[in-house]
Ligand binder design. Structure first.
Ligand SMILES: *Cc1c(COP(=O)(O)O)cnc(C)c1O
Length: 407
């Protein structure tokens, strides 16, 4: 399929280019010594990802450990409550650990094992990436070190406990504001100090090349499965596919299965409390071009051009930039991006729970809320949503802050 002069038949062979660019987005903007370490990961990945042994092992792990393929569920009662349009969910909440993040963590740690590394390192904000990586490290028997801001450690006690139970070492970062940004810096410097034995594992389709490409490739299993399952269930393709966008990994996973199809694709960003800078994390919608965390993309900046403080009720979505491939797909018009605020996502959280018996993560609730709106605006057809994770982690917070609506 051709779209805006881009040949989508060969899309994955063309993007990213050898330097990690999707159009002018992406690349690798890091200090020279760090670049050397990262080049080693790129070279290893490009070789190992083609080996039959690696592919077979990853397939077996997905089947026997993660419980893949995850099903697609027809959301019959939710659809009926809106009108004629049929809603479907790709159930990444049923992937082991309850979210899509394990898809790329298992790939990254398997790669680390093939590279002969002894240890994996990462930062984590809300702790979801830390838990997924600690799970993968436990499975493969590699050491795991997670850098986390002191402020986040206090806020996210259950995830800190999970990481420790899984055998990871949680390193408290007390510099600066003691949140995600400082944790990223601390994790990178720890990696640099020991990169012979260590592999750095990123939590989304962000960071310097090759991470956006590698994480997309590992997540593409979601879109490949979903396309085949949807065809089998309904005999056709969905009219639209929808996913929430934080860094953008669950969205790239689903979207990559449908880029070359006549299917509308929509990424949903968190509008939080509103349009004002600091009240949302809708980077593609309100941001501008810039470099942060080693890559060029669209980001939310403060007055000095630094990453702005961001907010969303869903802690997995509050990141001031987005993966470079999303910036590219937005610019060429292949994917549309829109926003959903806190209130609409809380409403969707309860609707899906009560009409379908599925409690969604607050991140995924943004995608569900958007799909419900879209369904209202269509006469007929079908929409497939990526249900990126389950909402058990959010229940206490939702009840405390928003209460439980009467039945
Ligand atoms: C982390 C997370 C997200 C956001 O990350 P992406 O990289 O944008 O997918 C979305 N949903 C869930 C359940 C998450 O844990």
């Amino acid at each position: 399929m051709k779209f805006n002069n881009i040949d989508f038949d060969n899309y994955f062979k063309t993007y990213p280019d050898a330097k990690g660019f999707y159009g002018r987005f992406g690349g690798s903007f890091v200090p020279e010594d760090l670049q050397k370490a990262i080049d080693e990961i790129t070279d290893a990945y490009l070789t190992i990802c083609k080996s039959a042994k690696f592919i077979d092992e990853l397939r077996r792990i997905r089947r026997e450990f993660q419980g893949r393929p995850t099903p697609i569920s027809h959301l019959q009662r939710l659809s009926d409550s809106i009108g004629k349009v049929q809603l479907y969910a790709k159930r990444e909440d049923l992937n082991h650990t309850g979210a899509h993040k394990l898809n790329h963590c298992m790939g990254e740690v398997l790669l680390a094992k093939y590279m002969g590394k002894k240890k994996v390192i990462a930062e984590t904000g809300a702790g979801q990436h830390g838990v997924a990586l600690a799970t993968a490290a436990a499975y493969f028997g590699l050491e795991c070190e997670i850098y986390m801001g002191a402020v986040d450690i206090k806020k996210q006690a259950p995830n800190v406990a999970r990481m420790k139970v899984l055998g990871a070492r949680v390193v408290e970062v007390t510099d600066g504001l003691a949140t995600l940004k400082e944790a990223v810096d601390a994790a990178f410097s720890a990696y640099l100090g020991d990169y012979k034995n260590t592999m750095y594992c990123i939590g989304s389709v962000v960071g310097p090349h090759p991470f956006p490409m590698m994480v997309r490739d590992f997540q593409s299993v979601v879109g490949i499965e979903a396309r085949e399952q949807f065809l089998q269930m309904t005999g056709e393709l969905p009219d639209a596919v929808v996913a929430c966008v934080g860094g953008g990994s669950n969205a790239m996973g689903l979207f990559s299965g449908f880029l070359n199809d006549p299917v509308k694709i929509i990424g949903v960003e968190p509008l939080g409390r509103g349009k004002k800078l600091g009240d949302n994390a809708a980077s593609l919608t309100y941001g501008s071009e810039g470099v942060m965390h080693g890559f060029n993309s669209i980001m939310l900046k403060d007055k000095n051009g630094d990453p702005a403080p961001v907010y969303s009720v869903a802690s997995g979505l509050d990141y001031p930039s987005t993966g470079p491939e999303h910036s590219f797909l937005k610019e060429i018009g292949r994917v549309n991006y829109d926003v959903i605020d806190d209130a609409a996502s809380i409403d969707a959280f309860y609707k899906l729970s009560r009409l379908e018996g599925i409690i969604p993560a607050l991140e995924s609730s943004h995608a569900i809320a958007y799909a419900m709106q879209l369904a209202k605006s269509m006469e007929h057809g079908s929409i497939l949503v990526n249900l990126s994770g389950r909402g058990d982690k959010d229940i206490d917070y939702v009840i405390e802050r928003f209460g439980v609506p009467e039945v």
